[in-house]
Design a binder for this molecule. Structure first.
Ligand code: CU
Length: 135
C-alpha cells in the first residue's frame, strides 16, 4: 500500500514537472481570438519567440473594433492618436462588423505585449489582453 502511494506521488510529481518545463516549441503558433459583446474571448496567450505566429481575429459584433498589439509606448501613441483606420501593418488590424482577418507576427523579444482595441471607451470596457512571448 505504501509503495503504491509512493508510485502515485512520483507520477504526480513527474506530471507536474512536465507541465512547468514545457518548452516554447510546444506553444501554439496559430491563435484564434473572437470578439463578442466588445470583449476578446481570450486575454492571456503564451506564444514562442522567434517563429511566425498567425492570429485569426474574428469580429462577431455589429460594430467596428480593432486589434493593436505592442508595448506600452506603442499604446500610449495610439490612445492619443487620430488614425481612424488601420490595416496596413501586421500589428494593427481594423475589424469591421462581422469580419475575420488573419495577421502573422514574429516576436523577437521575450516578455509581455498588450493587445487593445483603441476605439473610444473600448479599452476601459475591457478590450485588453496580453501576449506573453516565451524564449
Ligand atoms: Cu472595440
Amino acid at each position: 500500500m505504501i509503495i503504491r502511494t509512493l508510485v502515485a506521488l512520483a507520477l504526480a510529481a513527474l506530471a507536474a514537472s512536465a507541465c512547468t518545463t514545457a518548452s516554447a516549441a510546444q506553444l501554439p503558433t496559430h491563435i484564434g481570438i473572437r470578439i463578442h459583446y466588445s470583449h476578446f474571448d481570450q486575454t492571456k496567450i503564451d506564444v514562442p519567440m522567434g517563429v511566425p505566429i498567425t492570429f485569426t481575429l474574428i469580429n462577431d459584433d455589429p460594430i467596428d473594433h480593432e486589434w493593436l498589439i505592442g508595448d506600452e509606448a506603442f499604446h500610449a501613441r495610439h490612445r492619443a492618436g487620430t488614425e481612424a483606420v488601420h490595416g496596413d501593418r501586421p500589428n494593427e488590424v481594423s475589424l469591421p462588423p462581422f469580419t475575420v482577418k488573419t495577421t502573422t507576427l514574429t516576436f523577437d523579444k521575450p516578455g509581455p505585449l498588450t493587445f487593445i482595441c483603441h476605439f473610444p471607451q473600448h479599452e476601459a470596457y475591457g478590450m485588453v489582453g496580453v501576449v506573453m512571448v516565451k524564449p
